[in-house]
Design a protein around this ligand. Structure first.
Ligand code: IDC
Length: 331
């Protein structure tokens, strides 16, 4: 009888032990932020609180005004399960209900969505990039005044968040989107952010839709925890652009690929897996952070979710587009 009792307690003990182990393993993996803390820039590398390289593996929302339904905890949780550690909240400034051309009420809506997104990411221990998504307004100076007010407000609001990064100008472009103008804009916005938030990484866009990292490398900004954006779309951008990225990385420029797609630069058209794989090995070689465009089911090939799938979470592999399937295998 005694022997039998011992056996039972032993089994029970082992069972409890393995449950604890599983739980611990799961929660260690459960949160990137709890394990890595506030990210920093060290030389060309994005590193964690202990100075070890940290690779951002992110997904970008489509424009917040277009697809607000994916800005919620369950969506982010489903991404997290597939290896995503960062969410980028893309807030257009001019396009469709953009922050700078749609009135005060809509500004409040957008700020509330950002807050919802930040809270969801925070509760899941994920990083979150708040992206001031300039596009048709190619010169970031165009909305400098609005950007100053916006970043002052949110940098202060998320001052004690370890997981928030600021991307201050998505893609400068056109004749006025020069590195000179970007520098002038960036210096102002960096000062604004630093007056209320000392540490968060600030990501600065580069000329020609965030491709000309060579110009940033030749004349970088002063200050700590500043990184530079590089964007590519695998069907359009190939070896010559990879060379540009690689030489900037070699020069020691801290680069984050805050937006990339497998499609053409239009966001639609052919998905090029072969080129995407080449980009992927380059990013892996330099431990570059990367964020994929876009979390929506819009009928365009850069979308990660199939157009006929209306689920906002709990996706199965078959719910993803060709780009989505590639991404979640790569992550
Ligand atoms: C595209 C969207 C598309 C939307 C358009 C608005 O995919 O649905 O109608 O913007 O102009 C970028 C931009 C990003 C673009 C994307 C694809 O940062 O806003 O999204 N892209 O064109 N740079 C290069 C490609």
């Amino acid at each position: 009888m005694k022997k039998n009792y011992n056996l039972k307690t032993n089994i029970l003990f082992l069972l409890l032990l393995s449950i604890c182990f599983l739980f611990a393993a799961n929660s260690a993996q459960a949160s990137s932020v709890s394990a890595n803390g506030q990210l920093q820039v060290n030389g060309s590398q994005i590193v964690n609180k202990n100075g070890k390289p940290f690779v951002i593996k992110g997904v970008s929302t489509h424009g917040l005004s277009w697809y607000p339904q994916y800005v919620q905890k369950k969506s982010f949780q489903s991404l997290k399960k597939r290896g995503v550690n960062t969410i980028r909240l893309a807030m257009y400034t001019e396009e469709y209900n953009g922050y700078c051309n749609s009135g005060k009420d809509n500004q409040k809506n957008l700020e509330a969505l950002i807050d919802k997104g930040v809270k969801a990411a925070t509760s899941l221990g994920m990083y979150v990039i708040i992206d001031w998504h300039i596009l048709s307004d190619g010169n970031p100076l165009t909305h400098k005044k609005e950007a100053k007010a916006f970043f002052k407000k949110i940098a202060k609001k998320y001052n004690n968040h370890k997981n928030v990064l600021f991307e201050i100008c998505n893609e400068p472009n056109g004749g006025e989107g020069t590195w000179k103008n970007i520098r002038s804009y960036a210096n102002t916005i960096i000062n604004t952010i630093r007056s209320v938030n000392k540490k968060a990484i600030i990501i600065v866009g580069t000329p020609t839709w965030s491709q000309d990292v060579d110009q940033a490398a030749a004349n970088p900004l002063k200050g700590k925890n500043i990184a530079y954006a590089f964007h590519f779309y695998a069907s359009t951008h190939k070896q010559d652009l990879r060379n540009k990225l690689e030489s900037a990385a070699k020069k020691g420029l801290p680069v984050i690929v805050t937006e990339f797609g497998l499609s053409e630069a239009s966001g639609n058209g052919t998905v090029n897996i072969k080129e995407a794989n080449k980009w992927n090995s380059l990013m892996n070689r330099y431990k570059l952070g990367r964020v994929c465009w876009n979390l929506s089911n819009k009928t365009e090939s850069s979308s990660l979710i199939k157009a006929n799938c209306n689920k906002t979470s709990g996706w199965k592999m078959e719910d993803f587009t060709k780009a989505g399937k590639w991404l979640f295998k790569a992550y």
